[in-house]
Design a protein around this ligand. Structure first.
Ligand code: AMP
Length: 416
């Protein structure tokens, strides 16, 4: 028997319904923010992620699904959405004539070769939002508000935004130098990965999960102390705007996020301070890194699987429709033909309709009515049909009414 791959899931039944519920809410919210939907290919040139995410990041070093296609090209399954969206932005030269920001959202499967555990899969779904063209702090605030409101609309009220600023290039460089100086005498007390990170990107030592509780990391210099005046006032302004929007945030000076491309704002959203539900930030240099002109941008990605877990853990009621509107029962050939016609009519008019397609006895069709929890049932009857009549029964009150077959849609519209 062939089984599913480790870290992947078949999504069906109630789980599928719950995801549809979340997807509908998020899509409607993105529309309110005037974001347009985008979908990029599942596979891309490996170079896209090596250059953007960073050659030395865990994601590129350990987590990507890389393979050679039959044309000997190096291909990578999409591990995150920002780089592909930036590739699309540059490839379509959307940077020219930017009178308004270009704002897009996606709902895409991602692939990372990770050790699977609850909330950590090899195939998972991310919702993401990207906004190109504005360097103004208002656009940082807009993306944070979109992310924040997404969780709140889904019923996760206890969320908090963890916020930090890495500042501009100069500030980030100053901070980098301070970290090198600070970590140098302690580096052998940190884990092996951190020793590597020290050589390649010391900022990422702050992301280390192994050494997270070590006093060496806890006492490391803080980004905010190395911001130049401009970066500092930008950060202060962002906090004012978040206050204006009543967004619940805390400052986390150790938040740097793993990827190389962030500057200024970085943020994560978590629930009661437990695991991260999503994260994002500003990435002004990335368009340039991917061969476009310098273009400011800011974005956020949230894990759908983890969001669903959090909703379940927090007892959020996710409405799942477990009933149908009408079941049409039929036995004879003419009854079956009428059932065919009526189901077509009802489905096109928006009613969830079922009928027997297994040539079952009337008795077992009645059992289906109960299994599907049908609100109404219609037992077709040849004699009645001769006068164009049908009998519709309310399955709850057991009341029934004989109506003209042509009045069925109107009848249901009135009664449901
Ligand atoms: P990242 O792109 O790593 O910043 O991740 C953004 C969000 O995606 C995280 O906060 C998680 O909610 C989700 N996520 C990341 N990796 C995984 C994974 N392996 N499985 C499930 N969700 C993930």
């Amino acid at each position: 028997m062939i089984t599913k791959q480790k870290g992947t899931n078949d999504i069906y039944g109630d789980a599928a319904k719950k995801r549809t519920y979340i997807n509908d809410i998020l899509a409607a919210l993105c529309e309110k923010y005037n974001y347009g939907y985008i979908e990029t290919p599942v596979f891309e040139a490996s170079e896209l992620f090596h250059r953007s995410v960073g050659e030395e990041t865990d994601m590129v070093q350990k987590e990507t699904y890389d393979f050679k296609d039959r044309g000997d090209r190096s291909i990578t399954l999409r591990p995150e959405g920002t780089a592909p969206v930036v590739r699309w932005f540059v490839e379509n030269k959307l940077y020219g004539n930017l009178t308004d920001p270009v704002k897009v959202f996606y709902n895409m499967k991602m692939y990372r070769y990770e050790r699977p555990q609850s909330g950590r899969m090899r195939e998972f779904t991310q919702w993401g939002f990207e906004c190109f063209g504005s360097s103004d702090v208002m656009s940082d605030a807009e993306v944070i508000s979109l992310a924040y409101n997404a969780y709140r609309l889904l019923g996760l009220d206890d969320i908090v935004v963890e916020l930090n600023s890495l500042g501009d290039k100069e500030s980030r460089q100053n901070y980098h130098d301070a970290l090198v100086k600070y970590f140098e005498p302690h580096i052998h007390d940190l884990c092996e990965d951190c020793q590597e990170r020290f050589k390649k990107n010391p900022l990422r030592i702050l992301d280390c999960k192994v050494d997270a509780e070590s006093s060496i990391i806890k006492n490391a210099p803080k980004t905010l102390d190395y911001l130049n005046e401009e970066s500092k006032s930008r950060y202060e302004r962002l906090k004012e705007l978040l206050d204006m929007m009543d967004i619940n945030y805390i400052e986390n000076t150790r938040l740097v996020r793993g990827l190389d491309y962030y500057n200024h704002t970085v943020f994560e959203i978590s629930l009661n301070g437990s695991y991260a539900l999503g994260g994002g930030g500003r990435y002004n240099g990335l368009v340039e890194t991917l061969d476009g002109p310098e273009t400011p941008a800011v974005g956020f990605a949230m894990g759908l699987d983890r969001c669903l877990l959090a909703m379940e853990e927090n007892g959020v009621n996710i409405p799942i429709n477990d009933s149908i509107d009408v079941y049409i029962l039929s036995v004879s050939e003419t009854e079956k033909e009428t059932a065919c016609y009526l189901t077509q009519e009802l489905r096109l008019n928006g009613f969830i309709t079922e009928t027997d397609t297994m040539n079952k006895s009337l008795k077992s069709q009645f059992k289906s009515v109960d299994r599907f929890n049908s609100k109404y049932l219609i037992v077709l009857n040849d004699e009645e049909l001769k006068t164009n009549k049908i009998t519709i029964k309310d399955n709850k009150t057991k009341e029934e009414e004989s109506i003209n077959i042509n009045d069925l849609v109107d009848y249901l519209d009135m009664h449901m």
